[in-house]
Design a protein around this ligand. Sequence first.
Ligand code: TDO
Length: 182
Amino acid sequence: MEIEKTNLKGSFIITPRVFEDERGTFTESFNTKAFAEITGINPVFVQDNQSISKYGVVRGLHGQLGEMAQAKLVRVIKGKVLDVAVDMRRESETFGQHFSIILSAENRKQLFVPRGFLHGFSVLEDDSIFAYKCDNFYDKESEAGIVYNDATLGIDWHLEDDVMIVSEKDAVLPSFKEMYKK
Ligand SMILES: Cc1cn([C@H]2C[C@H](O)[C@@H](COP(=O)(O)OP(=O)(O)O[C@H]3O[C@@H](C)C(=O)[C@@H](O)[C@H]3O)O2)c(=O)[nH]c1=O
């Protein structure tokens, strides 16, 4: 697998190698040893999640705070999304900056989102299947987030406003400035 750095320290793009023959294809979708050798990070994933979303859905920006922080390895099994990671580590040189990438079933790319980040995605093809591993368990009490259309972050979700579908919970998340005050 090919591993590239993003502009945010500790976040990586993974492009698995595809073996093709007359039957179809084979892919090692993740290999802990290869990942650790290149990145120096050895995540232990304890939870595997999957969501299916209509075209226009925006999920995020989400993270978990403190001891329940989660690193995530995210990918798309069907369809296409714009995936976004935001560095919320106050001590980081890239605090408040974001990285975005198209993840699709076709390009098979994955994004490693470290602990201390917020994460979200917009769905660019109907019925996209989004799959991700987390290195810590879901904990409702530790959830935190920033509203997807926050002016400070200025994320381009590659969708017109009138097609966006956002959960009631996500629509009322605080702004970056409100969150930063905490
Ligand atoms: C994330 C999660 C949700 N749930 C439940 C809570 C709720 O009733 C239902 C839907 O939850 P949400 O609305 O938070 O689902 P969703 O908006 O898809 O949340 C996800 O968004 C993306 C962007 C992420 O980065 C993920 O970490 C996660 O926060 O599923 C779990 O039981 N376990 C989990 O790990």
